[in-house]
Design a protein around this ligand. Structure first.
Ligand code: AMP
Length: 190
């Protein structure tokens, strides 16, 4: 099964992606996770990507498309994959189409999660994460048992830099301008 999930930041793409990829036993490919891994490990890609991510902007297409191309050519993608957070621009969607057609495969499902902006703002600005084990929390909806401390590993939980309210507003603007049109793009392909 080859699946793509579209939706605004904070729509719950990551949460659903984990469930679906486990159910179908396919790799979960999240460009956001790939960038965060590279930032954490201070790689050349991470250093470049950080500059954009912390401002709520998209990482340039040339960097992003190559990562996904490489990832899809990995042998674990032979029986399917789930794309989460890619594509985010029309240019990326067209590049993906070229990659898939050169591999003689196509997407089976494109899922779009709709969510209102005010809910996104509430969800993301209250979101916290454990920098050690990656467990997610929300200050109102899912707080840790002890304030600010991860239930799993006792590390102090943090707010992702790109979840600050100012950056969330920028990410939403980016979503409406560059990513939302993809819904229409894929609807026309049905
Ligand atoms: P996410 O965890 O999917 O919300 O991604 C976090 C951030 O990584 C986004 O706000 C973008 O700055 C960057 N990012 C993730 N995926 C892409 C993509 N396909 N194209 C450009 N930037 C991306």
């Amino acid at each position: 099964m080859r699946i793509m999930i579209l939706g605004a930041p904070g729509a719950g793409k990551g949460t659903q992606a984990i469930r679906i990829s486990e159910k179908f036993e396919i790799p979960h490919i999240s460009t956001g996770d790939i960038f965060r891994y590279n930032i954490k490990n201070n790689t050349e890609l991470g250093i470049k990507a950080k500059e954009y991510i912390e401002k709520g902007l998209l990482v340039p297409d040339d960097l992003t498309i190559d990562i996904v191309k490489d990832r899809l050519n990995n042998s674990d993608c032979q029986n399917g994959f789930l794309l989460d957070g890619f594509p985010r621009t029309l240019n990326q969607a067209e590049a993906l189409e070229d990659v898939l057609s050169s591999m003689k495969i196509f997407l089976d499902v494109v899922l779009n999660i709709n969510i209102d902006d005010d809910i996104v703002i509430k969800r993301l600005s209250g979101r916290r994460v454990c920098p050690n084990c990656n467990k997610g929390y929300h200050i109102d909806y899912m707080p840790p048992k002890v304030s600010d401390i991860c239930d799993g590993c006792n590390t102090k939980i943090i707010q992702r830099k790109d979840d600050s309210e100012e950056t969330v507003l920028e990410r939403l603007k980016t979503y409406h301008n560059q990513t939302k049109p993809l819904k229409e793009y894929y609807m026309k392909k049905v």
